[in-house]
Design a protein around this ligand. Structure first.
Ligand code: ADP
Length: 639
């Protein structure tokens, strides 16, 4: 995943999660606040209702009192003078817009019943039996000024009224009762208007008697309203009723649903003076809470969408320069890794990226200069190496002919003076030296062929046991002379391989010669061969030449395969090719590696380190494929 996505994805996810949590918390808080507001509004509506109702009643009672104290009313009532009563009261009823007014004598007879039919018509009604109402009887039998209020049905129109009744006194005696009534439905409408809530009236048994709330199911039979669904939704059982009656405050009810619409209600006692005349309820629809919650959710959703977009854009514009800088640096470093030092980041920003890029560019310029210097030095070294190789080749060629002459003439001398032991010994010495020199010259020629890639490989089926046996035989005398034990294991059982036997002979010749040279007298040399699985599961033979010699430090393990490389001080070496620490030109391992590589094989050394007293020994590994593919150049003959 690129750095761009590593930065953007967690950033976007985090912003989104924070936005969702924020949205949830805020809408939740808003909803809670809305519910609280609704509750407060309900309580407020209830308080207004209660105050207005009391005021209304007080006004009504005040009017009743005015009527009762109108001069002549008490006398006319006592005398049963209906005409005078009507004359006295009619103007008052009209002035105060009273709906129903009764004047009842002590026998419960309606001496006057005025009913305001509409705005302009004030009808004189016949006896509707109001005087026989039970609630009035207590007033008719008393002998003092007393008032009562009730919610009762008017027998004339069968509607609920709020009645205020007051005894009419004459000379300290009760002569009758004046009753003023206001229809509850009109009262309800005005209370609804001031309290800004639907209202409901209950009788003292907790039954719904009137409400401004009209469920759809009950609009049909408007005449015969019985508020069945309101009763089932808002009706009160005895426990709830008692709770309301005993509470001085408004009591909040449960949320209810009628015709799929939610409502909340608060109830209180309708109480004037000491006696409760019923219970009222104020109702508010939950709609505006849910609507407001949905509205606020939408509102906040939009705000959060805008915030998320804003945060995302800010994040994008903040991270973009960094990502672009990083990508520039990445492109340059990739180009450098691919070997192109000419690229530059060219980033000129006033931040750490700018400093990094500038340092990087400077580093590249330095590297480029160093690289050019190195390339120049390398070229010179290559030229020198070529000159050295040419010198080796020329020297080897030039030395070969005089050496052959020296050997030939020495052999002739040995033959001529074969009876003179002293001369024979001298000629033998010259011959041995010449042979050693020939060997070195031959090694020099091998190395120059390997260097020029013209080593001749003539492949055939080779039995490695035979090749190794040949090499061992060469050193039979030396092994005996140095008291070294040579053990050969597993090489005879190896399968035939495709290789050049003469070249392989040289490899084991040099490895064995080194093992002899670097192992103190009395040591052990082991040659072990076995089959191994190489790359791609192809079979390979592995030959390990181990000794109990002085060992090689790890830092030399690769370098000893370079031509002329020798560890330790060269002048410390003793002379003689098989003597302990005998000298050599430092070409053996270079030749061995060249030949093994020409056979598509590998050669390497393993040794714990160099120690001439403890002699940790060395192990030279040679791996050769059973069937190698030889390259063209490997089979070109030396000129
Ligand atoms: P040389 O003619 O010096 O033997 P080689 O190329 O054969 O040249 O070996 C290079 C160097 O590797 C030697 O000078 C010697 O220091 C080290 N070396 C090679 N074989 C062994 C061995 N079996 N034990 C310890 N050192 C070895």
């Amino acid at each position: 995943m690129s750095i761009r996505w590593k930065v953007i994805i967690p950033y976007v996810l985090l912003t989104f999660v924070v936005a969702v949590i924020g949205l949830y918390v805020i809408t939740h808080l808003v909803a809670v606040r809305q519910e609280e507001r609704l509750r407060n509004q309900l309580l407020e509506a209830g308080r207004i209702f209660s105050t207005q109702f009391t005021l209304q009643e007080r006004r009504q009672l005040q009017t009743a009192r005015l009527i009762a104290y109108t001069v002549g009313v008490a006398d006319a009532l006592q005398a049963g003078d209906r005409a005078s009563l009507e004359k006295l009261i009619r103007p008052q009823v009209a002035t105060h817009k009273l709906k129903q007014v009764f004047l009842i004598d002590l026998q419960g007879q309606e001496q006057l019943h005025l009913f305001q039919k509409d705005k302009d018509t004030l009808e004189l009604m016949g006896d509707v039996g109001m005087g026989k109402s039970q609630w009035l009887s207590s007033l008719l039998i008393t002998n003092s000024e007393l008032a009562r209020r009730v919610l009762a049905i008017n027998p004339q129109d069968n509607k609920y009224y709020l009645y205020s009744a007051l005894t009419v006194m004459l000379n300290q005696n009760v002569v009758g009762v004046v009753v003023v009534g206001t229809p509850l439905d009109s009262l309800l409408q005005s209370l609804k208007m001031v309290s800004l809530a639907d209202v409901v009236f209950y009788d003292t048994q907790g039954r719904v008697i009137l409400s401004t709330l009209q469920p759809e199911s009950e609009i049909e039979g408007a005449e015969a309203k019985n508020y069945a669904s309101l009763q089932s939704a808002f009706g009160l059982d005895q426990i709830a009723l008692n709770e309301i009656l005993q509470s001085p405050e408004l009591v909040l009810g449960e949320n209810v649903f009628i015709d799929g619409r939610g409502y909340s209600i608060a109830r209180g006692v309708l109480q004037i003076g000491r006696e409760p005349i019923g219970v009222f309820g104020v109702i508010l629809p939950l709609d505006f809470v849910t609507a407001f919650a949905a509205e606020s959710r939408n509102f906040y959703s939009w705000i959060f969408i805008l915030i998320v977009a804003g945060v995302f854009l800010v994040g994008y514009f903040v991270s973009r320069p960094m990502i672009v800088s990083l990508q520039k640096l990445l492109t340059v470093s990739q180009a450098v890794a691919a070997g192109d030092l000419s690229h530059r980041a060219h980033l000129r920003t006033n931040d750490e990226f700018g400093v990094l890029a500038q340092t990087f560019d400077e580093m590249l310029s330095n590297l480029q200069t160093r690289n050019a210097e190195l390339q120049k030095a390398h070229k010179i070294l290559e030229q020198m190496d070529r000159a050295k190789a040419t010198f080796i080749e020329v020297a080897a060629h030039e030395l070969r002919t005089p050496l052959t002459l020296v050997k030939g003439y020495t052999q002739m001398l040995a033959l001529k003076f074969k009876d003179e032991p002293e001369t024979v010994a001298l000629t033998q010495g010259i011959l041995e030296g010449a042979e050693r020199m020939q060997e070195i010259v031959s090694s020099m020629l091998d190395v120059s062929r390997i260097d020029s890639n013209i080593l001749k490989i003539v492949p055939e089926e080779v039995n490695l046991g035979v090749v190794i046996g040949r090499a061992c035989k060469t050193f039979q005398d030396a092994l005996k002379e140095r008291n070294l034990t040579l053990t050969i294991q597993g090489v005879d059982g190896l399968p035939l391989i495709q290789a050049d036997p003469d070249q392989l002979y040289k490899v084991f010749y040099h490895l064995l010669m080194n093992a002899i040279k670097y192992t103190p007298d009395g040591g052990r040399i082991t040659i072990h061969g076995h089959l191994v699985e190489g790359e791609g599961g192809r079979g390979q033979v592995e030959i390990i030449v181990s000794d109990t010699g002085i060992g090689i430090d790890p830092e030399h393990h690769q370098l000893i395969f370079e031509k002329f490389y020798q560890t330790g001080e060269v002048y410390m070496h003793s002379s003689g090719k098989t003597k302990f620490k005998g000298g050599g030109p430092g070409l053996g391992l270079a030749i061995a590696r060249g030949i093994i590589q020409a056979h598509a094989g590998h050669i390497w050394v393993e040794s714990p380190g160099h120690d001439e007293t403890r002699c940790p020994g060395s192990q030279f590994f040679v791996r050769l494929p059973l069937r190698a593919e030889f390259h063209e150049c490997d089979t070109i003959s030396a000129p």
